[in-house]
Design a protein around this ligand. Structure first.
Ligand code: SF4
Ligand code: ZN
Ligand code: ZN
Length: 313
């Protein structure tokens, strides 16, 4: 019997809470945890124009389903950025989101690396190999995707970019930043972290307290079909992240709820610093593209790498 409603048969063991849930109560639990996180950190308000960054995977389906259910359609937009990776097309998944968005009257932007940078990711990767650059495909991928989404959001006047990062992603990031002793990044990834440039549209992550397996199950129970194929570049993910991921999963298996407790703890710890955000000066802008760049840099990393591979002259 479901530990929440006490009426329906339980079909899910939620290990971190120790509860057995029916599918309806499970989905309700996910929705209320997402809303709880949105409210706790005041991630957005009813009047905000939100741009949902959607990749087509299970997490973005959950994000789309929950946010489109609580926010006015006229104040929502969806952006998808196709990277151009051989053997890894998410066209079908993306088509579903786009057609559902149109039904709900949500604005859609469909763009690609090729449209914006002039090359697919696979071309950039082979150009990088030819130029003897030791840059992982994920570095190009994340950097360019973030840049495209931020630029569209800014130019189209959105108040927030909403991404589908889940608890697994966020706890790994927090752990890596702790291991590196990188207080600035730890602060920046906090939901109340500083906005380091007027050119950045604030990014919020409503799924950050929902496990990846819960996203997959929520999507499945709602009838979403997502592709099982993984990005072929996943093997080139930075080694530290892969190790941290494996380590945290082992801890979670032994002590369910570890990831959730860890991220809650980091949030509480860092909140004492978020009121003091003036300690971080605003970022300088890149003299090539005019976008924000890291401290002590006059040319941003994106322009530097695109120049090294021969895309920018
Ligand atoms: Fe991009 Fe790396 Fe993710 Fe593939 S695994 S989609 S290259 S970030
Ligand atoms: Zn129930
Ligand atoms: Zn630049």
């Amino acid at each position: 019997m479901c530990s929440s409603c006490g009426v329906s048969n339980a079909v899910i063991l939620q290990r971190h809470s120790g509860r057995l849930l029916c599918s309806k109560c499970f989905m309700e639990d996910i929705r209320s945890r997402v809303l709880g996180e949105v409210r706790k950190y005041d991630m957005f308000r009813p009047n905000d124009r939100l741009l949902l960054a959607v990749s087509g995977g299970k997490d973005s389906f959950v994000l789309f389903d929950i946010i489109s259910g609580i926010h006015e359609s006229g104040r929502l937009g969806v952006i998808t950025v196709s990277e151009g990776i051989e053997g890894y097309s998410r066209e079908e998944d993306i088509a579903w989101v786009l057609s559902r968005s149109r039904e709900l009257g949500i604005d859609c932007i469909k763009t690609s690396f090729r449209d914006v940078v002039g090359h697919d990711l696979k071309d950039l990767v082979s150009m990088s190999v030819k130029s003897d650059l030791n840059v992982s495909p994920c570095t190009f991928c994340g950097m360019i995707r973030r840049r495209i989404v931020n630029k569209y959001a800014r130019e189209l006047g959105y108040d927030k970019v909403v991404t589908a990062h889940n608890l697994d992603d966020e706890s790994q990031t927090a752990f890596i930043n702790l291991l590196r002793g990188d207080l600035n990044r730890l602060l920046q990834s906090h939901p109340r972290g500083p906005k380091l440039s007027e050119l950045f549209v604030r990014r919020v992550k409503p799924l950050r307290k929902v496990y990846e397996w819960e996203c997959a199950l929520y999507a499945y129970l709602n009838g979403f079909k997502f592709q099982e194929v993984e990005c072929p570049y996943i093997v080139s993910r930075p080694t530290l992240r892969a190790k941290v991921r494996e380590y945290l999963y082992r801890l979670e298996a032994v002590r369910p709820g570890t990831l959730l407790r860890f991220l809650n703890f980091v949030d509480e710890l860092m909140i004492n610093y978020t009121g003091n955000v003036d300690i971080l000066p605003h970022l300088p802008t890149c003299k090539v593209c005019g976008e924000p760049t890291a401290y002590n840099r006059s040319i941003c990393k994106t322009c530097e790498l695109l120049t090294k591979v021969g895309v920018l002259k």
